[in-house]
Design a protein around this ligand. Structure first.
Ligand code: FAD
Ligand code: UDP
Length: 380
C-alpha cells in the first residue's frame, strides 16, 4: 500500500522523498496548483521578476545537515537580508542597531555609550511575561513605541500585552553597525526560486504528485497518511477553529527601483499596511535585467474560513483548543501531523526541513521494525 502525503510544501516534499528513497510508493497531493506551499515563487507575468507569492522568504540557518541537504536541489546564492523601517517621516535601519539608536536620538554614541544610554531607558524585568514587557525590557519606551508597538498591533490584531514575549525574541538588538536582519552563518536565496528547489526534491521515481487535489476528496486507502495541512481542518473543526493571521497583498508596479531595498517596514499604526516588499531585490544578480519593478503592500488581518492561514496566533484559548486536537490526533490511527500547519507553530524553512528529515528517519525506522508510526514527531 502507498503512503499519502498531504501538502507539497517543504514538509511534505522532504518526507515524501525520504520515503521514496527508502523504496516506498508515495502519493503527494496539494490543493494548490503549485508546489512549495507558502514558499512558492513564480515569475511575475508583467515584469519578469521572480516573486515570493505568499510573502518574502529568506533562507537562513545554522544547521549543517539542512544546509547540505538543500544544496542538492539547486544553486543557492549568498544573500544578506536588510530591512528598513519608516517611522513618521523618517527612515531607520532595522533590526535596532547602533545606527538606529544614533539616528533616532540624533546622537553619535559609541557602542558602550549606546548600551549605557539604552539601559537607562529600559524597564528591567526578570522574566518578561508578554511582548510589551519584553520590548520595554529590551529597548525602553521610546524605541518600543516607535518600532514595535504599532507594527505589532497591525500584524497581530491584538494588544502586545496579550502576545508572548517569544515573538520579539526573534529580533536581535545590536550595539554595533551590523544591520543584517539574521545572524545565521548560512543565508541564501535559491537562484531559480523555491518552487524549482521543491520540484527537484519531488522529482524521483516512486513519487506521484497530484496538484489541485484536496485530501477531503480522496477516496483511496493508504498505509499511512502524513498530513501537513491544518490540524483543525483534518478533524473538520470539531473542537473549533485555531486562530491564524492571514495576509492580503496589494500588487503595484513602477519603473526601475521603487524603494532601493527588498523590504521596508511601516511601523506607524495609521499606515494600514505593515510592509512593502520589492521582489527584484531578492535576486540582485538579475535586478539589472528588469526595467520595471513589482512590489507588494502587505496587510494583515484575522484569517476567516476560506482564507490562507499564515501566522498561528497561539493565545491562551488556542493553546487549550490545540491540546484537544492533539488528544484527538493521538487517539487516531494511520495519520501523522507535521509542519507549520500540522503542528500549529511558526516554523522557519530550515526548521521545517530539519524536522521533516528527522520525522522521515523515525518513520522509516518504525516501518522497518513494524512499530506504529506516532501521530507527532515533535510535540506541538
Ligand atoms: P506549507 O508551506 O504551508 O505547506 C502546506 C501545504 O499543504 C500547502 O501547499 C497547502 O496548500 C497544502 N494543504 C493543506 N491542507 C490541504 C488539504 N486538506 N488538501 C490538500 N492540500 C492541503 N521561513 C524562513 O525560513 N524564512 C523566511 O523569510 C520566512 N518568511 C515567511 C514569511 C511569511 C509571510 C510566512 C507566513 C512564513 C515565512 N516563513 C519563512 C516560514 C515558511 O513559510 C515555512 O517554514 C514553510 O512554508 C513551512 O512549510 P510546510 O510544508 O510545513 O507548510
Ligand atoms: N516587529 C515589529 N516591528 C518591526 C518588525 C518586527 O514590531 O519593524 C515585531 C512583530 O510583532 C513581528 C515580530 O517582531 O511579528 C517578529 O519579527 P519578524 O521580522 O520575525 O516577523 P515576520 O517576518 O515573521 O513577519
Amino acid at each position: 500500500m502507498r503512503y499519502c502525503i498531504v501538502g507539497a510544501g517543504f514538509s511534505g516534499a522532504v518526507i515524501g522523498r525520504r520515503l521514496a528513497e527508502g523504496g516506498h510508493e508515495v502519493l503527494i497531493i496539494d490543493e494548490r496548483g503549485s508546489v512549495a506551499g507558502n514558499c512558492h515563487t513564480a515569475r511575475d507575468a508583467s515584469t519578469g521578476v521572480m516573486v515570493h507569492v505568499y510573502g518574502p522568504h529568506i533562507f537562513h540557518t545554522a544547521d549543517e545537515r539542512v544546509w547540505n541537504y538543500v544544496q542538492q536541489f539547486g544553486e543557492w546564492i549568498p544573500y544578506r537580508h536588510r530591512v528598513q523601517a519608516m517611522v513618521g517621516d523618517r527612515v531607520f535601519s532595522l533590526p535596532v542597531n547602533l545606527m538606529t539608536i544614533n539616528q533616532f536620538f540624533g546622537k553619535t554614541m559609541s557602542p558602550a555609550e549606546a548600551r549605557a544610554f539604552v539601559a537607562q531607558k529600559t524597564t528591567p524585568t526578570q522574566n518578561p511575561k508578554n511582548f510589551e514587557e519584553q520590548g520595554l525590557n529590551l529597548v525602553g519606551r521610546e524605541l518600543y513605541e516607535a518600532f514595535f508597538r504599532g507594527y505589532t498591533r497591525k500584524q497581530w490584531g491584538v494588544e502586545p500585552t496579550n502576545l508572548p514575549a517569544s515573538i520579539l525574541k526573534r529580533l536581535p538588538l545590536r550595539f554595533n553597525y551590523d544591520d543584517s536582519y539574521f545572524a545565521h552563518p548560512y543565508q541564501a536565496m535559491p537562484k531559480d526560486g523555491y518552487t524549482a528547489v521543491v520540484a527537484k526534491i519531488l522529482d524521483l521515481p516512486g513519487i506521484e504528485l497530484r496538484l489541485g487535489t484536496r485530501f477531503e476528496d480522496l477516496n483511496e486507502s493508504f498505509a499511512h497518511v502524513i498530513y501537513s495541512g491544518p490540524i483543525d481542518r483534518y478533524f473538520d473543526y470539531a473542537e473549533g477553529r485555531l486562530g491564524y493571521r492571514t495576509l492580503d497583498f496589494e500588487r503595484f508596479e513602477a519603473d526601475g527601483d521603487y524603494q532601493g531595498s527588498a523590504v521596508i517596514n511601516y511601523c506607524d499604526e495609521d499606515v494600514r499596511f505593515t510592509r512593502i516588499t520589492e521582489h527584484k531585490h531578492f535576486a540582485p544578480w538579475e535586478a539589472e535585467s528588469h526595467e520595471r519593478t513589482v512590489c507588494y503592500r502587505e496587510f494583515s488581518r484575522f484569517c476567516e474560513p476560506g482564507d490562507v492561514p499564515y501566522y498561528p496566533i497561539r493565545q491562551v484559548d488556542e493553546e487549550a483548543m490545540l491540546r484537544r486536537y492533539v488528544e484527538r490526533a493521538n487517539a487516531t490511527d494511520g495519520v501523522s501531523f507535521v509542519g507549520r500547519l500540522g503542528s500549529y507553530r511558526y516554523l522557519d524553512m530550515d526548521v521545517t526541513i530539519g524536522e521533516a528529515l528527522a520525522a522521515a528517519d523515525r518513520m522509516l525506522a518504525c516501518i522497518a521494525e513494524g512499530q506504529t508510526i506516532p501521530a507527532f514527531f515533535v510535540e506541538p
